[in-house]
Design a protein around this ligand. Structure first.
Ligand code: AMP
Length: 206
């Protein structure tokens, strides 16, 4: 879809969590750009944290550069302090982090975690927690670029072995190892996605 034809109503959104830094491995930024391009080409809009730095900036500029639609959602304290990407189609400045998380959740059909730091980890784990508790069934994809998330996946396995992650509270997520696999994994998961009916209100009742 060419730029300008995207509207808020005619596409689905993927929320991408990723580092506000670029990390040491150049494959991370390359993956962010590939993800942005394949999202735009596959008619997925981007919902993200609104920043222009690091992998966040890479993915957003790549979506925009390939004619896609970007919604940046940033809390006011960060928009004042940080480099905010202003040339997106939709820029939402929220009062606080809670309002921001809610807006990101409600506007997104799926969640993807690229490599990142504490902020990315927190956002990913929050979605996994809500999913585990049955508060939403939107697909979650962990992009294990160059094995970045191995330590976390190892920790999840340890939790499983120690019976803290149990089959009755199974954590549902998909792991892919390259950026090219992300959009197909989201499409595949969405093809048998059954809305829980209260996905949009999840944060209100947590
Ligand atoms: P981190 O992985 O610690 O770099 O944090 C990145 C994640 O936290 C992103 O997915 C954002 O949603 C949020 N975040 C952290 N720093 C910023 C920032 N400067 N501007 C906007 N969002 C940020």
């Amino acid at each position: 879809m060419k730029n300008g034809k995207f509207t808020q109503e005619n596409h689905r959104n993927i929320c991408v969590y990723c580092g506000s830094g670029k990390g040491k491995n150049q494959k991370y930024a390359r993956a962010a750009r590939t993800l942005g391009r394949t999202m735009a080409q596959s008619n997925f809009g981007l919902v993200y944290g609104g920043g222009g730095l690091g992998l966040m900036g890479e993915v957003a500029r790549s979506v925009l550069g390939h004619g896609g639609y970007v919604t940046g959602i940033i809390p006011s304290f960060l928009s004042d302090r940080e480099q905010m990407l202003r040339d997106v189609q939709d820029l939402i400045v929220t009062e606080d982090m809670h309002e921001r998380k809610r807006a990101m959740f409600e506007r997104s059909d799926a969640f993807v975690a690229l490599p990142g730091g504490i902020g990315t980890l927190e956002e990913l784990v929050e979605q996994l927690t809500w999913s585990q508790l049955g508060r939403h069934t939107k697909p979650i994809v962990v992009a294990n670029i160059d094995g970045f998330w191995e330590p976390l996946l190892g920790l999840f396995e340890h939790m499983r072995q120690q019976a803290f992650i149990r089959s009755d509270l199974e954590v549902r997520f998909h792991v892919v190892s390259t950026a090219k696999e992300i959009v197909p994994a989201v499409n595949e998961a969405l093809s048998h996605y059954v809305p829980s009916g209260d996905d949009a209100q999840v944060t209100a009742r947590l």
